[in-house]
Design a protein around this ligand. Structure first.
Ligand SMILES: [Mg+2]
Length: 117
């Protein structure tokens, strides 16, 4: 089982990104744990079914790297993956940096959209 955390803005299709919700939900179908580490408002407002999709939502006031670090401590898995932006390249959030600083593997949103897992 792997844990995937998704950024929202410029990552998910519901907020200007390339990743379709069907691609996110497919991971859950395969038995992985998926959640949000990003701007929660679009998720909560646009996805009525969000509680049935995501197992965690954050970072809720924490720096992303702190949220990811804490989540990794309480949720052991074979792999922890943050999917999001490269600051200044593909979006406004430093998801690559947050992943690196918290020990999570990083996948750029565009790479995930074309099949990287
Ligand atoms: Mg972003």
């Amino acid at each position: 089982v792997k844990v995937y955390a998704f950024d929202v803005d410029e990552t998910l299709e519901i907020s200007g990104g390339p990743i379709r919700m069907a691609q996110v939900e497919e991971l859950r179908t395969r038995g992985h744990v998926i959640g949000i580490c990003g701007n929660l408002a679009p998720v909560l407002l646009k996805l009525k079914e969000w509680p049935n999709v995501f197992s965690f939502i954050g970072p809720i006031g924490l720096p992303k790297e702190d949220f990811l670090r804490r989540l990794r401590q309480v949720l052991p898995a074979e792999d922890h993956v943050m999917v999001g932006n490269v600051l200044g390249v593909s979006g406004a959030s430093d998801d690559k940096g947050a992943a690196e600083r918290s020990g999570w593997r990083f996948i750029k949103e565009s790479a995930f959209a074309i099949g990287d897992r």
